[in-house]
Design a protein around this ligand. Structure first.
Ligand code: KG4
Ligand code: ZN
Length: 333
């Protein structure tokens, strides 16, 4: 089965083709240069750029795969959650192609799609497992019992981990997206140099990053922007605090649910320190942790095509009534 996937929920306009579960081609048109000037995503600029690029991104993906549209068996698109103006562009494009070809169409949840990225390299991975989605918009733990069956175990009570990284990087005047720059500047720094708070200790599974962000902001205000090795120490310490929280709650959830496989996805899953530490801690307890390739952690359409494929194989067709929903709930059964 050949499936075209389209992703436009935030600031990446992406398309991909998956054939029988295998990734054939994928193209991402990043809007980073457009939003970098503002230090964050400007929704109106994002949707306008999606409109400009969506057709060429799809055409480039088809060309890379050496396929024509009429060779497709179905189309999948991110229907939510995300920015409504951005989502509408991908959904409209997907509906148009599905209608023109007379092929089935599915609208998928962005969070479930992120976790499905893992299956591109591990197509036979069995359920159930624990899924951590950690990005600029989300920090959530799910119990995954099958395609279309995910149960929320916990999420952040305030900021997402990526949001905290982005905001602190902005205060440090490091660049956007912040997580990438914090990781880069943390190299060679001492993660124990500054003891940032680890929020919500104890048995709660929820995450919280706003106190940590405020403590970094207060420090910058009091001591000014760190320079040289002090910048490396600051970034390494801040990154370590974010990673510690993620690792701790993820391990608690895995133990509580008695799950021995942990999937991690979303932009922050590209973080090297998170990858190292979670592997180390989980493997010491006999659990396996699986991350997608780093380029498939941030927003992409390969994950959308892969998840859509799984739904299309189950016979699902949302038809032309499909709509974008900025608050689309995750599928529960
Ligand atoms: O999944 P994603 O592309 O978009 C959302 O759905 O939010 O995630 C973007 C987030 C941003 O907050 C960015 O700073 C963070 O992922 N990020 C990273 C890294 N690469 C991207 N955070 C830490 N380390 C990285 N290497
Ligand atoms: Zn995302």
């Amino acid at each position: 089965m050949r499936v075209l996937g389209i992703e436009s929920s935030c600031d990446e306009c992406a398309a991909a083709i998956v054939e029988d579960g295998k990734l054939v081609s994928h193209v991402i048109a990043s809007q980073i240069p457009i939003h970098a000037v503002y230090g964050g995503v400007v929704p109106e600029l994002a949707s306008r750029d999606h409109v400009k690029r969506v057709v060429q991104v799809i055409a480039a993906t088809m060309e890379q795969a050496g396929m024509e549209l009429n060779m497709l068996d179905g189309v999948g698109v991110t229907a939510g959650p995300g920015l409504i103006g951005s989502l509408l562009v991908g959904v409209s494009a997907a509906k148009t192609i599905a209608w023109a070809l007379g092929k089935p169409l599915v609208g998928v949840n962005h969070l479930e799609a992120h976790l499905r990225a893992v299956f591109i390299e591990r197509p036979a991975l069995p359920y159930p497992h624990l899924g951590l989605v950690v990005s600029g918009g989300h920090t959530s733990l799910f119990r995954m019992d099958g395609v279309g069956s995910m149960r929320l175990l916990s999420r952040t009570l305030d900021d997402a981990a990526g949001e905290a990284l982005d905001k602190v990087a902005k205060l440090l005047k490091l660049g956007y997206p912040g997580g990438v720059f914090i990781q880069r500047h943390a190299l060679g720094g001492d993660p124990k140099a500054i003891r940032f708070p680890r929020p919500l200790p104890g048995k709660r599974l929820d995450f919280s990053f706003s106190g940590l962000k405020t403590s970094a902001a207060v420090r910058i205000k009091q001591h000014g922007r760190p320079e040289g090795s002090a910048m490396a120490d600051f970034c390494a310490s801040f990154q370590e605090a974010v990673v510690d929280s993620l690792v701790k709650k993820t391990m608690m959830a895995a133990r509580q649910e008695r799950l021995d496989t942990i999937l991690v996805a979303g932009g922050v899953a590209a973080n090297q320190r998170l990858r190292e530490k979670l592997h180390e801690v989980a493997e010491a307890e006999g659990m396996q942790v699986i991350f997608p390739a780093a380029e498939l952690c941030t927003d992409n359409a390969a994950m959308v095509a892969a998840l859509s494929s799984a739904y299309l194989e189950l016979g699902r067709d949302d038809g032309l009534a499909l709509d974008a929903d900025p608050n689309l709930p995750w599928p529960t059964d």
